[in-house]
Design a protein around this ligand. Structure first.
Ligand code: FES
Ligand code: FES
Length: 162
């Protein structure tokens, strides 16, 4: 064995746009997003599924992209932080700014996408449900209080619009 890996072609949707990439069969979704598609808002933290910095939304669910083989997303839909804001900042992004929930910012894209997956499924979560939803996302800076407040504030704002 020389350790060489096969190249594969993968077609999927990222931020509502169809993409087709060629990557090695052992490339992770995180590597493809950052290194090939230049979507560097998705962060590389631990690389082993423990920090949540690499969180993206795959078919509506928040997942750790460092644990997903790019080859397994054929035909699926991925949303990264770059695809969240359309014309204006998303209410979750605005609430993070207003509540002081962004400090170094390294955890922020992953936190926001975990929050979005939660609010899409459960638009009026309790504080406890918010804590559970972000339990896989580590933040070394904020102590989580501002993050939880921001997500609750965003849920109210979204409810108020609906
Ligand atoms: S980089 Fe994926 S969970 Fe830490
Ligand atoms: S704001 Fe720095 S890790 Fe969360």
């Amino acid at each position: 064995m020389d350790g060489a890996t096969d190249e594969i072609k993968v077609s999927f949707t990222v931020n509502r746009k169809a993409v087709e990439i060629v990557c090695s069969s052992d490339a992770t979704l995180l590597e493809v997003l950052r290194d090939q598609l230049r979507l560097t808002g998705t962060k590389h933290g631990c690389g082993v599924g423990e920090c949540g910095a690499c969180t993206v939304i795959l078919n509506g669910k928040a997942v750790n992209s460092c644990l997903i083989l790019a080859g397994s997303v054929e035909g699926q839909e991925v949303l990264t932080i770059e695809g969240l804001a359309e014309d204006d900042l998303h209410p979750i992004q605005r609430a993070f700014i207003e509540e002081g929930a962004v400090q170094c910012g390294y955890c922020t894209p992953g936190m926001i996408l975990s929050a979005k997956a939660l609010l899409d499924e459960n638009p009026a979560p309790s504080q406890e449900e918010v804590k559970v939803a972000i339990s896989g996302n580590l933040c070394r800076c904020t102590g989580y209080h501002q993050i939880v407040s921001a997500i609750l504030k965003a849920s109210q704002e979204i409810a108020g619009r609906g």
